[in-house]
Design a protein around this ligand. Structure first.
Ligand SMILES: *[C@@H]1O[C@H](CO)[C@@H](O)[C@H](O)[C@H]1NC(C)=O
Ligand SMILES: *[C@@H]1O[C@H](CO)[C@@H](O)[C@H](O)[C@H]1NC(C)=O
Length: 220
């Protein structure tokens, strides 16, 4: 049987490219790799070393880290995350869970996660959420309790509690054990060291005074 060249080429292309769009974090090669949170480390690798698998306990796979809200910040929200310290069993599994509390009129300002897509479910309150894709199109939706929304990896998104009385509570799953987060305004105006004023005045078409004011509003 003759398989034509185009088909081979397509198959080859799929094999070559499949990992790059199917994975988030690298695939685990053990059932689990419970993070060793005790031994001090002076070497760094992609993930966290594991303890002897014979020494795992069920408590490594459970956490109450998300049971209560953290302190609100200047934008009136708090995000609490699972990570390899509070949930060592999550190491290498490519997952993070987040608890998101947003006070009345609070905002999780436009931000992105460089290493994870995120799916959010609203449990209480009401939220206006949205993301902007790379063609600059906004996809936005008002969520009611029970509704979910997905933010594709790396795209800038926000969550805004428009409600005048009820704080919002949402949970998110993220497709990396270390999703990372960059708030656009905070990164632009309060980086360390600072981005030169000229870059900001030109980039945002604003004056030097605007830069000073925005920076101080953001606590920079
Ligand atoms: C785990 O326990 C088994 C059975 O006692 C033993 O054979 C094995 O060597 C242990 N593995 C490690 C990594 O200690
Ligand atoms: C959330 O609260 C915790 C504990 O109060 C705090 O350490 C953390 O910085 C807060 N995170 C955000 C994003 O506000």
């Amino acid at each position: 049987m003759v398989i034509n060249h185009v088909l081979w080429l397509q198959l080859f292309t799929v094999i070559i490219y499949f990992p790059s769009f199917s994975n988030s974090d690298p695939e685990p090669i053990h059932d689990y790799c419970v993070a060793d949170t005790k031994t001090p480390r002076d070497f760094f690798l992609n993930g966290v070393p594991c303890i002897n698998p014979n020494q795992t306990m069920v408590s490594h796979f459970a956490t109450s880290a998300l049971s209560k809200p953290g302190d609100m910040n200047r934008f009136k929200f708090n995000v609490t995350l699972t990570d390899t310290n509070n949930l060592p069993g999550v190491n290498t599994l490519g997952l993070t869970m987040a608890r998101i509390d947003i006070a009345v009129n609070g905002l999780v300002p436009p931000h992105s996660h460089p290493r994870a897509s995120e799916v959010t479910m609203l449990l209480e309150g009401s939220l206006l959420v949205g993301f902007v894709d790379t063609s600059n199109r906004l996809h936005t939706q008002r969520l009611r309790p029970g509704d979910s929304f997905v933010f594709p990896k790396g795209l800038i998104h926000f969550l805004y509690n428009t409600h005048v009385k009820i704080p919002a509570l949402a949970v998110s799953g993220l497709s990396s054990q270390n999703p990372g987060a960059q708030i656009s305004s905070v990164a632009a105006f309060t980086s360390n060291p600072l981005i030169p004023d000229e870059v900001l005045t030109k980039g945002f078409k604003i004056s030097g005074q605007d830069v000073v004011r925005i920076r101080s509003n953001l606590g920079g």
